[in-house]
Structures are given as C-alpha cells and as structure tokens.
Design a binder for this molecule. Sequence first.
Ligand code: 5GP
Ligand code: MN
Length: 336
Amino acid sequence: MLDIAGIKELLAQTQTIVITTHHKPDGDALGSSLGLYHYLVQQGHHVTVVSPTDYPDFIAWMPGNGDVVIYTEKPELSAQLVAEASLIFCLDFNTLSRINELGELVRAAKAVKVMIDHHLEPEDFDDYRYWNINACATAQLVYEWITKELDGKQYINADVASCLYTGIMTDSGSFRYPGTTSDVHRVVADLIDAGAVNWRIHELVYSNSSEERLRFLGHCLSQKLEVIPELNTAIITVSKQEIEQYHVNTGDTEGIVNFALSIAGIRLAAFIVERGDKVKLSLRSKGEFPANEICKKYFSGGGHRNAAGGSSDLPLDEVTIQFKTILPEYRTLLIQ
Ligand code: 5GP
Ligand code: MN
C-alpha cells in the first residue's frame, strides 16, 4: 500500500491516467470522475475517463463529458488506455465486478491503482485508498482529497466545482439523506463559491426529462404500484414490454423507487425491472432498515443501508414473488 506521500511523489511527474467508475454511472459516479479529471488535467497529466457503460442524458452535460470513453462503445481503445495507464483511479465503487469486463483489465493492469469510494466492504485490489463510508458522496471525498491531502484548493475551478456539486447533490438526494452533514453543506458552499451554478445544475438534472419519461412514471404510479401495508412495503414492477412500450432509456427509471418510499409509513420500497436477460432490483429504505442486506443475501448485490441494488436471472414474476417471500423475515424491522 502507498501513502499520500507516495501518491504526491507520483503526481509530481506527468502521468498517464485512467479514471473509471461503476457500471451505469449515476451523478456521483460521473461527477466525481469528471471533477477529478478537471483537477488532474490542470496538473498537466494525460487523463481519460473510461466508463464501463453509457449513462443517462440528465448527467451527460457535465464539462468534459465529450472526452469520456465508453467501454461498450470502444472496447479496444478502453483496453489500451487501461493497459497503458501509469495510474488508475477507481471512483465510487470498490469491487472490480462493478465495472464488468473492465474489472479484469484493471486487475491485470500494471498501473498504480487508487480507490476513492464510500461503499461498504472494499475488495483488495488497490495500492492506495481514500475511503470513508460516512461520506455522502464520492464527490465529497474527491473534494476533501484534493483540498486536504493535496492542498489543491486553488485548482477547484468552475469545471471541477460543477462536476463535484452534481455528485454530492445527486447522491445526497438533493441534500436530504442522513449523510448530509453541516460539513457537506460547507463543501457545497465552497463549490458554489468556486463557480458551480447550483440552480442551473438542479435544473439540468431534475427538470430535463422527456415527456415519455413522465408518462412512464405516471404509468408506474397509477398501474404498477403495489402497497403491502401490513409490512410497510411498496413495490413497483416493470416488464420488458413496458420498457419498450414507453421507449424507456438509460436513466429513465432512476428515482422512481423514491415515489414508492414517499408514502407515509412505508419503510421499504422496491423497483423491480426486467433489463435484457436479467431482472434488476433497486431498494430504498427509511431509518435503520438494511436494504443492502436483502440485496447482498438474496440478489448478488449490495449498496448502502438505505439505497441498495441487486439482480437475478429468474423471470420477473418469480423475482417479485421471491422478494415478497423474503419480507416476513424482516417483519420486526419493517413494522417498527
Ligand atoms: P440503484 O438502485 O440506484 O441502482 O443503486 C443504489 C445503490 O445500490 C448504488 O449506489 C450501489 O451502491 C448499490 N448497488 C446497486 N446495484 C448493485 C449491485 O448490483 N451490486 C452492488 N454491490 N451494489 C449495487
Ligand atoms: Mn456514490
């Protein structure tokens, strides 16, 4: 393992750097990656952000977006960048399986590997780690790493600030979740001072959907929401046919699960969707309920206590039945 002095020594020379982040990047994954990208570019490094997959339009406006290489679109170039990198930053994930085929390429790469992350149970593949599960976003950690560990506050320009603001805003549920401490607000205030136009970023992320997305949301809420009041659980299931019928794009399903959780008294909400040949589950919970435990134990996934995900190879209706069958095991926690 390297310490920060070792990293500083490396960064004192021009490096060829790859920054990568998890499958289907969200605002924090892409925002932390591009935020770090804009910092490193200012130091004269050769930097490329390589994403394992595409991501939704509502985050595809961030500065530097045009320079992101998407593995599924350019696998050979991505593999070459990873193989030739001297430093690889792994942001907002901590197990290589979260970046699909890129994972084994990163594992085999000769580069020094840096993990900056806030998820539980990191895998040991890194040479240096800036990891804190109490951070509300990886973007918060990137800010703290640059400003505290590298004394680089003067490099937090408007591009860095806009990307990091987006990461913190999206991962904290717009500054709502319990991780949103006064320190987070101080970081966000610094980012606004550095040039992040907060109201514009909210508009670009949250008021930028297609008409079809809103109609799909209406369909989910009016036709597909199932409430199980005796277990304080709400479920929304969506089939492949519905995804096609409403022309649902990457990211269009994001956040729908929160509507199910917004019902008073509901402690656990699930969004279960058929995606390709897999069924993907998104769970959200209130308070102490460990949504990540269900995902880890039954759906080869994980995540945070209040926001977790997983997947299954079974058909949609079987996954839904399985999910409902699991609930009584958590009855005591659900009816508290
Ligand atoms: P979402 O429901 O938005 O897809 O994911 C919520 C959170 O759950 C993510 O931030 C991530 O931490 C975690 N997560 C989602 N899917 C998976 C998965 O398949 N495996 C693991 N380990 N974590 C996941
Ligand atoms: Mn995150």
